[in-house]
Write a protein that binds this ligand. Sequence first.
Ligand SMILES: Nc1ncnc2c1ncn2[C@@H]1O[C@H](COP(=O)(O)OP(=O)(O)OP(=O)(O)O)[C@@H](O)[C@H]1O
Length: 469
Amino acid sequence: MTDVARIVIVDDDRAIRWVLERALAQPDLDVQSFERADTALEQILRQPPDVLLTDIRMPGLDGLDLMARIRESHPDLPVIVMTAHSDLDSAVASYQGGAFEYLPKPFDVDEALALVRRGVAHARERRTPAAVPEGLSAEIIGEAPAMQEVFRAIGRLSQSHITVMINGESGTGKERVAQALHQHSPRHGGPFIALNMAAIPKDLMESELFGHEKGAFTGATSQRRGRFEQSDGGTLFLDEIGDMPAETQTRLLRVLADGEFYRVGGHTPVKVDVRIIAATHQHLERLVEDGRFREDLFHRLNVIRIHLPRLSERREDIPRLAQHFLADAAKELATEPKVLTQEAEQHLTQLPWPGNVRQLENTCRWLTVMASGREVLVEDLPPELRDIEGTESAGGDWRGAFREWADRALAAGHTHLLEEAVPDFERILIETALKHTGGRKGEAAELLGWGRNTLTRKLKVLLPALADE
Ligand SMILES: Nc1ncnc2c1ncn2[C@@H]1O[C@H](COP(=O)(O)OP(=O)(O)OP(=O)(O)O)[C@@H](O)[C@H]1O
């Protein structure tokens, strides 16, 4: 295994090539870009890269032809397709079976880099299966009490096929836990398929989940098995379930009830045996209240709930996690693992980590590439993490924390932020005021600067349990 991953980019648009070359200009990546698919193909066949990024519509040999040709000799080569939604389906069909990711244009450069890194990790896992012992892919580190609770749940559920709902902010390890649930279940011999609802264009969701028949819609040039069929006998992990469109929710509910479904455009029912694990960072009850998530589906999915705490709520795990990620990054880059000095470790343990475990993992990868010596000092940390005063005040001051929340919510694609935040804001103020007045509503209303009637009205909506007391 070499420590530099080779990436090939194919796009006839010079601007896109330029943006990608810049985004991927990393010490551990070697990027080669091509304007034409036929020249790229020659190079790829001569020396296959670790990951291929390709556009679909190009003059001459197009992206679909390129993928078809590559599949003949290198079926495992991870391919990332950059294209508009309308071409996605044919792209998926032409590369079925291969490792496939999708980067919709226009894209975010960080997203492109993250996908490429994921592709590299896939390629390496596949090439060196012996280096990844069975089970390691779902190793979960956690000594904090909240994590022990999670392990206990995994243990308790290990003989079961029950539906599980995992709750937690982005990057807290929801997919990890879903994998562990699968690996420790009677279905561990079957497939584990993960699907992020927020990443799939709405109009392709049904065909992605349930597949389609040939000719079901323009572009459906062949029959395609959906993710439900692919996970038959195994587990289907539906991430960001709160982003599932209403029509798909209705269909999913029916599949869960009947154990069978129809492919898009199909008339023969397909029977499947699939365990569903769903995850969300959203407050699903609230989506139900707002009519944005079906209540009956919510109850069907919410049989057992596992909550993953933020990283800042399990700081005691930070040193071990960091050590684990430094070792992983060193293995990935074929270099000696970095060691944190006591000060650096202490420093990392106190940071707010709004991006949770994933942010810590990325930081460790960054350190493995960038820190000059074997020992990591506080000065080696990325600049934005060095100043603990600054980061602390962002985490400790509620306005800073709030700003971070809004930032993250927008980055995750939320809309109607006020609808999400204002009820929380008011609920917290009401609860606190009632605490101070020993539950006396008249006085609490005064503390809040509201009339008594306003408080009663708010309580009915926000805290119905307290409204009639
Ligand atoms: N407790 C843990 N021990 C070891 N690795 C972890 C742990 N938790 C998370 N990770 C790693 O951190 C990264 C983020 O985790 P994961 O993708 O499971 O988070 P997520 O909550 O599903 O995020 P998102 O909601 O953004 O998809 C992954 O690389 C995962 O392997």
